[in-house]
Design a protein around this ligand. Sequence first.
Ligand code: ADP
Ligand code: MG
Ligand code: ZN
Length: 495
Amino acid sequence: MEYEAVIGLETHVQLKTKSKMWCGCANQYGAEPNTNVCPVCLGLPGVLPVPNDEALRLTVLTGFLLNCEIPRFAKFDRKSYFYPDMPKNYQITQYDKPSTANGFVEFEFNGSGSTDGRSRVRITRAHLEEDVGKSTHFERNSGLDFNRAGVPLMEIVSEPDITSADMAYEYLNALKEILVQGGVSDCDMEKGQVRCDVNVSVRPVGTKELGAKIEIKNMNSFSGVRRALDYEIPRQIEAVKRGEKLIQSTRRWDDVAGITEQMRTKEDAHDYRYFPDPDLMPSAPDEAWIASVKSRVVELPEARKQRLMREYQLPAGDAEVFKSNVELGNYFEGIAKQAKNPKAVANWVINNLQARIAEVSMFMMVEPGFNQTQMGFFGLDDLKFKPEAILELVNLVESKAISHSAAQQVFAEMFDTGKSPALIVQEKGLAQVSDTGAIEKFCDEAIAANPNPVADYKAGKLAALNSLKGQVMKLSKGKANPALVGEILERKLKS
Ligand code: ADP
Ligand code: MG
Ligand code: ZN
């Protein structure tokens, strides 16, 4: 019997707010331990939490970005458990009434269940809660830092729609891209801003019923998630093939050993005794509040890529470049709207402009006296020419006023000096010769001077035409219109 994996992810993301979830302390990474704390986030008796409006907004914004519904009623609950770095002994979270639910993420992934190389993972819910403090274990004692306690934390729960380690990896990357570009979180993995619980089970291919859910807790890197699944899926399949009965349990990933180990089973699961937090009003956003959150929705990278392909008939590769380099994409769109041939504009922007900018930046880095803080210093803002100059250049090529090789010279010159393409063509005498009389003369000269290729061509070696073409281009100093040269040469050789 063949088995398949079923995976659902719970992704915790720290929100990008200035202050914490229930108090005015800074939401700041890397401060001296216990300097961003107050009676509220230390859980001292008698304090009252005040919800952070921006955190609620970012959660609802996430809902919009993940195609979710935005309920008009959400509330906060207490989830009770004891842990030294959780000062209140309960975590405030959203239990049965989350701020947003029922959405999906779509991303590029070629695998089982995907269509056109795209896959979809449904989002069960995204709810708002708070982070806990951080314990550090020393040789003989432990330290507690409460700077992180009460930092707004969002949990995004997926449906069990993921079917492989690679798909989980791509889903997480897509999710991160959405949250970063959407302005919800910086998702800085180094700072622990994204953590993930991985739920995985296996079942016989073709069956619907889910197998026993095994949860791998607290993963802090996407590649770790992939590696853990690459270990755990075959482990479970081998176990059921041996006739073992898997039970619902929680495991830990040992990154060094590259294995998962059992921590606890369902029997010793916590009873969290959820109940509505009596200190907090439910959140019942009005239309104006929701509308103002909605106005912050930006076009997401993948949507942008699809739109660029649709609107400008760009190939996927070009659209991908503009998806990952947003600034370059904006630059392209700024001129492509007026272009007859947007693909030609994209070629110049990607192959010439982007490449040249990278070259100049590299050059600046090796210059003596260059300081590291200037890295990335040379960019689109520093260009000497206006974006429209690219359009002008494309038009000169398209109208055959200049050749492709001349266009390269024009580009180099306008990049260095900021002069307009028309002026450069004039100053350098780069206008393409489309005067048939002049080209006829060059063709006659080339034919007279190259008897061998001429004989080859007449004997049926059609490739010999290229060498004659080359000669004509040389005689015209690169200015002859190559298409015309070809036509005229062929006519002369055939007659
Ligand atoms: P819990 O309440 O224990 O957190 P949930 O049912 O809410 O469990 O599911 C948590 C996560 O586990 C979700 O992402 C869900 O898609 C996933 N999940 C649930 N059951 C399974 C299963 N049998 N196999 C794999 N993933 C599962
Ligand atoms: Mg869970
Ligand atoms: Zn505080």
